[in-house]
Write a protein that binds this ligand. Structure first.
Ligand SMILES: Cc1cc2nc3c(=O)[nH]c(=O)nc-3n(C[C@H](O)[C@H](O)[C@H](O)COP(=O)(O)O)c2cc1C
Length: 142
């Protein structure tokens, strides 16, 4: 019997104070290595002081990965927006796609929040998920 797959969408506030692009490069490198091993796929976005991330995979793998992510001091206010079983992966080709640079993200995701970042109160996981999916075509290859 194959494991049921789940999708988790969360947002967090970014606490990185310097060299954000370098730090994100490091996060992506380790994430892609770990996620490939754990059969996790997904996408990460950074915009104006906030991260949004989608993780897809078996329940136990998502749980273990998300526990590590929550303890990471490079972000705070980690807020789960969606956690549900899924029929098929949407990010199947991506161990962790990175959707856009900050400038591009601000332009594309401007409608989702204000200049200071996303509005945690008004966002829902499906909206974030759809934005990440819609922008996959020009995400960096995993
Ligand atoms: C915004 C953000 C997203 C992250 N996403 C992942 C991820 O998808 N997979 C992962 O293994 N680590 C991710 N990390 C890194 C973890 O918090 C942690 O540093 C890493 O998993 C430790 O890996 P190691 O035990 O192999 O050193 C993320 C960190 C941040 C700040």
């Amino acid at each position: 019997m194959t494991d049921t797959l789940y999708r988790l969408v969360y947002m967090s506030r970014n606490d990185i104070t310097d060299e954000i692009e370098l730090q994100i490069g490091g996060i992506l490198e380790i994430s892609r290595e770990n996620n490939r091993r754990a059969e996790i796929t997904g996408a990460l976005m950074f915009n104006a002081g906030c991260f949004a991330q989608v993780l897809e995979g078996p329940h136990h793998a998502i749980q273990a990965t998300f526990e590590r992510i929550q303890c990471d001091e490079r972000h705070s206010n980690v807020t789960v927006l969606l956690f549900e079983p899924l029929d098929a992966r949407v990010f199947s080709n991506w161990a962790m796609a990175y959707v856009g640079t900050q400038a591009a993200a601000e332009q594309r995701f401007g409608h989702l929040g204000h200049d200071s970042g996303f509005e945690f109160d008004t966002l829902d996981g499906n909206e974030i998920f759809n934005v990440l999916r819609a922008n996959l075509h020009d995400a960096e290859p995993a």
